[in-house]
Write a protein that binds this ligand. Structure first.
Ligand SMILES: NC(=O)c1ccc[n+]([C@@H]2O[C@H](COP(=O)([O-])OP(=O)(O)OC[C@H]3O[C@@H](n4cnc5c(N)ncnc54)[C@H](O)[C@@H]3O)[C@@H](O)[C@H]2O)c1
Ligand SMILES: *[C@@H]1O[C@H](CO)[C@@H](O)[C@H](O)[C@H]1NC(C)=O
Ligand SMILES: *[C@@H]1O[C@H](CO)[C@@H](O)[C@H](O)[C@H]1NC(C)=O
Length: 317
């Protein structure tokens, strides 16, 4: 089992995220071996990816330097874990979001790979110290949390286990950059990582404003889509502040810091997302976009079309 050439990556689990990772890695010229424990599933994934690569090439949205045919040739599928892991220097796990499942998958993987192989998990909600608790050598373990769909939304949160070795973090960062993703490093693990914690803060205040009768569901969404979100697709909250005062961030805080603290002190408690009052918000949303498959699919397709254009806009600027 050689892991010396650094050109082969194994993807474990070939659902939505496993397929996306496979597409991202082959776009960067890596060979990808896909494994799924449901027999035939990894092979189905390749059929599905083939179709998507063709569509992307047609739309001039294919990532990387290689043609769709060249990228497809880098893919192979396995129903046997040991075979799937042969020659890999990096393993990206994408199985069900269940702690016991991930723990046992990593135990199995560790037995089959060389000591320098990096073990990476796609988990969105579990912390590394739980996911990797059954691995012997945890210094080689890391969470690489993607955002759906990773092909257009490039952020990857790299979250270390308390024992993760510095070079493992660095190599993962280098790999993600090479394949065109946008990796960020958390210095320590924390529940929700960075993205979901910021998202939770936005959800909480939006929910409270609607629940308290301050604004409608429709209008709070416009506050983001026509206001904050316009900038946030290109610059984050820190740069936004830095650019919004004549002399930068310190000046911004001199002018607005106390006001922001006053507003923060008026924030309410964690909202109730389940009770009778929540029902009102849910109904208001469903009146705007009915929750049946047809309406939801229409809006999802619109979202993905716009994401694709936005990704193109960002790439060209
Ligand atoms: N869907 C998202 O938006 C999203 C975003 C970021 C991260 N993630 C994370 O990615 C992971 C995968 O999510 P998904 O949406 O692709 O799920 P999914 O249900 O679409 O796919 C999971 C795949 O794993 C396979 N699998 C299950 N147990 C296995 C095992 N023991 N060995 C091998 N294969 C196994 C299943 O057959 C299935 O094909 C989860 O940890 C999830 O939290 C998901
Ligand atoms: C695949 O693994 C999951 C989680 O470990 C398990 O629930 C499922 O039954 C397995 N499927 C097969 C076909 O073995
Ligand atoms: C543990 O993993 C690190 C990082 O991959 C590796 O350098 C080291 O040799 C491993 N140690 C053992 C005992 O296998």
């Amino acid at each position: 089992m050689s892991s010396s050439n650094m050109k082969t990556i194994t993807v474990i689990g070939s659902g939505l995220i496993g397929r996306s990772w496979a597409m991202v890695f082959i776009s960067g010229g890596y060979s990808v071996r896909i494994y799924d424990n449901q027999s035939g599933q990894a092979a189905n994934a390749i059929t599905e990816i083939k179709k998507q690569l063709g569509e992307l090439e047609e739309a001039h949205m294919l990532r990387g330097e290689l043609t769709a045919t060249q990228q497809l040739a880098l893919l192979s599928s396995y129903d046997d874990l040991a075979q799937a892991l042969e020659g890999a220097f990096f393993v990206q796990e994408c199985v069900f979001e269940k702690l016991e499942v991930k723990q046992s998958v990593f135990q199995d993987i560790e037995r089959l790979v060389g000591k320098d192989v990096i073990l990476s998990s796609s988990t969105s909600c579990l912390v590394p110290s739980d996911v990797f608790s059954k691995v012997q050598n945890r210094s080689r373990c890391i969470v690489s949390h993607p955002v759906n769909p990773p092909y257009y939304v490039k952020l990857v949160e790299l979250v270390p286990h308390p024992e993760t070795a510095g070079p493992v973090m660095d190599s993962t960062h280098t790999l993600m950059t090479k394949v065109g993703q946008a990796p960020v490093c958390l210095k320590k693990e924390i529940d929700g990582f960075a993205l979901n914690r910021v998202q939770a803060a936005i959800i909480a205040e939006s929910w409270r404003l609607v629940q308290d009768g301050i604004i409608s569901v429709k209008d709070i969404d416009l506050v983001m889509s026509e206001g904050l979100g316009m900038r946030y697709a290109f610059i984050g909250p820190m740069e936004t502040m830095h650019l919004n005062a004549p002399e930068g961030l310190e000046d911004y805080m001199q002018r607005y810091g106390v006001g922001i603290q006053r507003v923060l002190n008026s924030f309410g408690p964690v909202p109730d997302f389940f009770g009778k009052e929540a029902k009102g918000i849910i109904n208001e949303m469903s009146e705007l976009i009915p929750s049946d498959q047809q309406h939801l699919t229409e809006r999802k397709e619109r979202r993905d079309r716009l994401l694709m254009s936005l990704a193109k806009l960002k790439k060209d600027n």
